[in-house]
Design a protein. Structure first.
Lengths: 135, 404
């Protein structure tokens, strides 16, 4: 199956929720050092829910499209649900098989989300193993 | 050069005739001769330098004969100047952990260049944090030419003890002027370590003519197996160097209260050596030696020239380095506007073009060039102009796919 399915290219060309969020509760940058992909996620939290989110980033189509897709899901989601979002959710959004070499591209968005919410809660960032659900 | 004959010697090329393997700087394919020698070595083995029975004798001779083959290949004076290692990285680490750690003092300077692979950077950074040596970097221009005037300025400072430099950039395909660098370094009493990981597969290397003090490379970039590399060092240097790893083989005598290390090269080959891999490396060198370097160099230049033509005719492609076929060897790297190299090479891969993308373990160089990653066409003796034909159109197609 083609990694660059139409939905991925569509999100890469026309990313959703791109940009700053005025009054954001937390801003978190994550970098996929191996590839040089970067994502900066802004999240505004109100009443235990994600009131708004926006992001900026550069990198490969997979990392950018995945962030765009995930960002589109977040508005209105409870913080608890977002904190528990499993990696499978990102796989479902992408809808293409993610190979070993592209794992960090695909899940950089989730890593940014998890660590944004942890930062907002005053916790230390989690590791890639935790984001990928490896332990 | 009879390239069809060469291709027919590689199982990979026979089994994938349509594959365009353009990643030989990362790892070459392997000819039958190496596979056969490796299989024979595996099928009848014994631990070298251990037993006295006939098989043990043959195996010991084969291992030492592999060392002699490497000696001839790079023109060392004696086989004892050849230390077998796991790879180029381990060889450079031995220079850092043994010679440099023993000889250098806090405040002494180690000169590196911005062209270096991480293998020739990190061991020196580790050394710097262990003993306080100072690392000084020589920059290059956009064509990848090192600033030798800057080198001179550093050298007159008086505390340079080592210049560690690549023989051939694994990104830009440029060759630093080794002879000149070595001459100038020696003039102030500094030693020179050459990272020849890329160089040995594309150019003849003669360590005596170069007069380098150390030289390191890996077997698997030279049509040989993984798990084997080489450290060359001048005998007088090896003689003064303490062992890095301790164990069997590297000792002359062990008592309860201490040990006496063996002479080089055994001093640096602790434990059971990579015998099968050494035999495979020698077979690779023997196989390669049936061709004249002149022919290999001319053929590879033609293929790179064809690759350059493809890149030049493709809109949005930025060629890194000199962009001239007579100024590059082995590889050429590039970026494409609006397409991340990983996306580009994933798409090219679907069309059978196998290129590597990323920082190629040369992050300082990429930062110097103002980019995060690049795509690389890296050729070997088996590539043809046919392998790169159509690459420009395929790149243009990929760029259209991602156009915003
Ligand atoms: C210029 C250069 N130096 C060093 C190395 C490291 O070789 P190895 O990983 O075999 O130790 C490489 C391999 O990519 C290289 O291209």
């Amino acid at each position: 199956m083609n990694l660059y399915a139409d939905n991925i290219l569509e999100h890469f060309r026309h990313p959703q929720c791109k940009g700053d969020v005025p009054g954001a509760t937390v801003t978190r940058e994550e970098i996929n050092v191996g590839c040089g992909d970067t994502l900066t996620l802004h999240v505004k939290i109100a009443d235990g829910c994600i009131a708004a989110c926006g992001w900026e980033g550069t990198g490969c189509a997979i990392s950018q499209a995945a962030m765009s897709m995930l960002a589109g899901e977040l508005a209105g989601m409870s913080v608890d649900d977002a904190r528990n979002l499993p990696p499978q959710r990102v796989r479902d959004l992408l809808g293409v098989p993610v190979g070993t070499r592209r794992l960090k591209c695909a899940f950089l968005c989730l890593h940014a989300l998890k660590n944004a919410l942890r930062t907002a809660a005053g916790q230390t960032p989690q590791s890639w193993e935790e984001t990928l659900g490896l332990n | 050069m009879d390239v069809p004959y060469i291709r027919s010697a590689f199982p990979f090329m026979r089994e994938h005739p349509a594959a365009r393997y353009l990643d030989s700087a990362a790892m070459t394919q392997v000819p039958d001769a190496v596979i056969d020698a490796t299989v024979r070595a595996l099928a009848e083995r014994s631990n070298p330098h251990r037993g006295m029975y006939p098989l043990a004798e043959r195996v010991t001779e084969a291992y030492e004969s592999a060392r002699s083959t490497v000696r001839r290949f790079i023109g060392a004076r004696t086989p004892s100047e050849i230390v077998f290692t796991r790879n180029c990285t381990e060889a450079i680490n031995i220079v850092a952990r043994s010679w440099a750690q023993e000889t250098l003092q806090a405040g002494d300077v180690v000169v590196l260049t911005v062209l270096e692979h991480h293998s020739n950077i990190v061991p020196w950074q580790q050394l710097a944090s262990r003993i306080g040596v100072v690392l000084t970097w020589i920059d290059c221009d956009d064509a990848g030419v090192l600033d030798l005037d800057a080198l001179d300025e550093v050298l007159v400072g008086g505390r340079v003890k080592l210049v560690s430099v690549t023989g051939l950039s694994n990104v830009l395909g440029v060759q630093p002027q080794l002879t000149e660098i070595i001459r100038r370094a020696h003039a102030v009493g500094a030693r020179v370590c050459v990272d020849a990981a890329q160089l040995v597969a594309h150019q003849p290397v003669d360590v005596r003519a170069l007069d380098c003090d150390f030289l390191a490379f890996s077997g698997y970039k030279l049509y040989g197996p993984t798990g084997i590399g080489v450290l060359y060092a001048k005998s007088e240097l090896l003689a003064s160097m303490p062992p890095v790893m301790g164990g069997g083989m590297m000792i002359q005598e062990v008592r309860r209260d201490g040990f006496i290390p063996a002479d080089p090269p055994a001093r640096f080959e602790a434990g059971t050596p990579p015998y099968v891999e050494a035999v495979g490396l020698a077979a690779a060198i023997d196989w390669l030696s049936q061709f004249s370097w002149q022919d290999v160099v001319a053929h590879e230049r033609d293929v790179l020239a064809a690759a350059l033509d493809e890149l030049r005719s493709t809109p949005g492609v930025r060629i890194l380095g000199p962009g001239k076929a007579d100024a590059i060897t082995g590889c050429i790297s590039f970026t494409v506007d609006g397409v991340h190299p990983h996306d580009l090479t994933a798409l090219l891969g679907e069309r059978g073009y196998m290129l590597r993308a990323g920082h190629h373990c040369a992050q300082p160089l990429h930062r110097r060039l103002g980019i995060g990653a690049s795509a690389r066409i890296a050729i070997g003796i088996y590539n043809t102009e046919e392998d790169v034909r159509g690459l420009g159109a395929a790149i243009a197609d990929a760029a259209r796919t991602f156009a915003r």
